[in-house]
Design a protein around this ligand. Sequence first.
Ligand SMILES: [Zn+2]
Length: 179
Amino acid sequence: MKCIKCSKTAKIGLKHLGGSLCPSCFAEVIEKRVRKSLRDNKWLKPADRIIYIDDGTLQSKAGIHLINAIFKNQPFNICFKKGLIKSAARLSKGYDKVLIPWNMDDEVVQFLDALFNAKKVPKKRHIKFLINISDEEIAFFAKIKKIKGTQKAKTRLGKMLDDLEKRYPGSKFGLLRSI
Ligand SMILES: [Zn+2]
């Protein structure tokens, strides 16, 4: 199996990527996708006081790795603070922008949970830094970059979503788009 971008040996075959990728091209795709969401949403300005909430999960550590890669040699000042996402409001006093390690799975699960259980989707003013990246992609990315962290707890809905993704690759992206 060859990488569709550079024709080196491919190791990652997630169907929604449009073909198999080698580890370095895969990491590049992920980084580009995060860069694009930052740019398209105009989330951050250099003058902002920015804080990133690190909840210790692999996902959060992958987010830190991406921040360091993306903002290297850029005039942004980003602080990292350890804590839970649900405490973000308290932890971020005095900051203008709050980045949280929140990904596609978190977003879709929250949406489905609200839908099935007739709840309201909570409105968060925080920036969902990994919104375009799925759990599977985080896992591959962390492996490639040798990132360590705790596993995020999966709810029953989260597991259901993984099963759906296995059977119908691209489901998570489709659901995110419809949200
Ligand atoms: Zn490649």
